[in-house]
Design a protein around this ligand. Structure first.
Ligand SMILES: [Zn+2]
Length: 267
């Protein structure tokens, strides 16, 4: 009987996805935490001029932007002018949360030319909110006010703040780089049904001077979108000595992240 009981326990074990990871894997958002893409509206046709397409097609499972090109890096018109990103904090943001948010911004200020500044009258700016579901951002400057969500439940981590802010200034996910197959193996058989699109590679891409980096703040962890968290790895490095971690387990951007930011923004 004891043997049977143990066996049943093993079969029914269903490791829980940590709240901080679940908050970044929102089922209705592109790759889990991208709310939208600068210059793209849901249903927009693919531009005819392929030379203008810097970015990859996303997978068919994502209905919002499924027929659109996906950026490795956004076109210049969707960058923040002068690298200055005005922001406001939503009314839900507590002083404790503000401290974490400012820590994330400080990482940009110490390593890059990006400057997050409290908004005065700027037309284009970010509103950071903590009372929506999940961690998410738009990619690039979409024009006007754009929100960036750091859910009180699961997103108040310096690494998550940096990750979402890096989306906001125009970056996508490292593990979706076109050259990622040289560095990781994606185990689709372990990916939650319906989420395979989250691992689509960039098809049209533009990178800014840095090679693939396992430790990028834009790289997901080894159990990303795993149906069996903590057991079945979905992203496995070709180098067995590498341990992939989630953004929330990181405390600063990688130097390669900073270099790409500075290259993209010309500073
Ligand atoms: Zn992300």
């Amino acid at each position: 009987m004891l043997f049977v009981a143990v066996l049943v326990a093993a079969v029914t074990a269903n490791p829980t996805i940590p709240e901080a990871a679940r908050a970044m894997y929102n089922p209705k958002l592109f790759q889990g935490d991208i709310k939208g893409i600068a210059g793209q509206e849901p249903g927009d046709p693919i531009p005819d001029d392929k030379a203008e397409i810097l970015y990859a097609l996303s997978g068919p499972r994502f209905t919002g932007f499924s027929q659109k090109e996906r950026a490795a890096i956004l076109g210049d018109q969707y960058l923040w002018s002068g690298g200055v990103v005005p922001y406001v904090l939503g009314s839900s943001v507590t002083s404790t949360q503000e401290t974490v948010i400012l820590q994330g911004m400080a990482d940009f200020h110490s390593k890059t030319c990006i400057r997050f500044v409290p908004r005065t009258t700027e037309a284009n700016y970010i509103e950071i909110i903590t009372n929506d579901s999940g961690c998410w951002s738009y990619v690039g400057s979409i024009g006007g006010m754009q929100q960036l969500s750091l859910d009180t439940n699961g997103c108040i981590y310096v690494g998550t703040v940096i990750h979402e802010l890096m989306h906001a200034i125009g970056f996508y996910h490292e593990h979706c780089r076109n050259d990622r197959d040289d560095y990781v193996t994606i185990y689709y058989e372990y990916v939650i049904d319906g989420y395979a699109y989250a691992f689509d590679k960039d098809t049209y891409w533009r990178y800014v001077g840095e090679n693939y980096n396992y430790f990028s703040i834009m790289h997901y962890g080894t159990y990303a979108f795993s149906a069996n968290w903590g057991v079945d790895a979905t992203i496995v490095p070709t180098d067995p000595n590498i341990v992939l971690t989630e953004a929330y387990d990181k405390y600063e951007m990688a130097q390669s992240d900073a270099n790409q930011i500075n290259n993209l923004y010309g500073c």
